[in-house]
Design a binder for this molecule. Structure first.
Ligand code: NAD
Length: 296
């Protein structure tokens, strides 16, 4: 059992923290939104009044925050790293820019702290079920220390390379996810516009060469699958604005490496239009609404 500080209790962080409580760890939690903290205290966690209070005496610090500015703002801007005493292990599971991860990782190392970037894949369903994939950047030693606790929240742990490499791999994955969700939406809307039933078409694609994560687990069309955000008014899940952020990170990575990502750029523009239309807070699978306003 370890004493763990968990900061950032949103759609992903809350169920991940719940799994650590179930595994027997002593959790101290903090989020800017009090309601999310209450859910965790009801499950047995101790509430901290600030991030600095949460990390006091913790053996492991885990953060699950929206974007680079939140992670840099907390660890460097608010100087949280200065409040964390070695040999505490620091694990950031947020999806952020590789450069931000390297910057915070270097600052942690300068303070004598082991730190890994460990962004996740698997969605809120994977977070609840404890089956996430962790894509880790950092030293062998830091990963060896992180592995036991990551295994209590996930099933697959990959070592992508040194600090920041986890974020690079995660960005590549999410660029593909953004493209395939838009493509799946486009194909389903085409079929429905030509008289097909979306469930029948989804079943066909799921067993044909167009199958993918969306048709198997996360169908964007309402009522095709029972437990998807699409069947719950696109509430919860992975926000359109978070997908837009990740596609922006992919575009930045492409620019800095002079790589060509034409489909990634097109997808980024589609999600940007969707967000501008007022859907930034909805699950990203609501991109299907760009193709037809019929799905509610
Ligand atoms: P979210 O917006 O639901 O949760 C983020 C939480 O961080 C919020 O509760 C917010 O109040 C809190 N927060 C922000 N700044 C804070 C601070 N300074 N101190 C304390 N709390 C703070 O986001 P999410 O869906 O849980 O995603 C978190 C990260 O995981 C993002 O980087 C996202 O890209 C990534 N991710 C999400 C999914 C998904 O399906 N939702 C899947 C894989 C990866």
């Amino acid at each position: 059992m370890s004493s763990i500080a968990f900061i950032g209790l949103g759609n992903m962080g809350a169920p991940m923290a719940q799994n650590l409580i179930k595994a027997g760890h002593a959790l101290t939690v903090f989020d800017l939104v009090p309601a999310t903290v209450r859910t965790l205290t009801e499950a047995g966690a101790r509430a901290a009044g600030s991030a600095a209070e949460a990390v006091a005496g913790a053996e492991i610090v885990i953060t699950m925050l929206p974007a680079s500015k939140h992670v840099e703002g907390l660890y460097l801007g608010e100087d949280l790293l200065a409040r964390i005493e070695p040999p505490t292990l620091v694990i950031d599971c947020s999806t952020i820019a590789p450069d931000s991860a390297r910057k915070v990782g270097a600052a942690a190392q300068a303070r004598g702290l082991d730190m890994v970037d460990a962004p996740v894949s698997g969605g809120t369903g994977g977070a609840v079920a404890g089956t996430l994939t962790f894509i880790v950047g950092g030293s062998d030693q830091a990963l060896a220390r992180a592995r036991p606790v990551l295994e209590q929240m996930g099933r697959n742990i990959f070592h992508a390379g040194p600090s920041g490499a986890g974020q690079v791999a995660k960005i590549c994955n999410n660029m593909l996810l953004g493209i395939l969700m838009a493509g799946t939406s486009e194909a389903l809307a085409l079929g429905v516009a030509n008289g097909l039933d979306p469930k029948v078409l989804s079943d066909i694609i799921a067993k044909s060469s167009g199958r993918n994560w969306a048709t198997e687990l996360y169908n964007p069309w309402p009522e095709v699958m029972p437990d998807t955000p699409a069947s719950k008014g696109y509430a919860g899940g992975f926000g359109t604005d978070l997908m837009l952020k990740d596609l922006g990170l992919a575009a930045e990575a492409a620019l800095s490496a002079r790589a060509a990502t034409p489909l990634g750029e097109l997808a980024r523009n589609l999600y940007a239009l969707h967000s501008q239309g007022g859907s930034g807070g909805l699950d990203f699978s609501s991109i299907v609404r760009l193709y037809t306003q019929k799905p509610k």
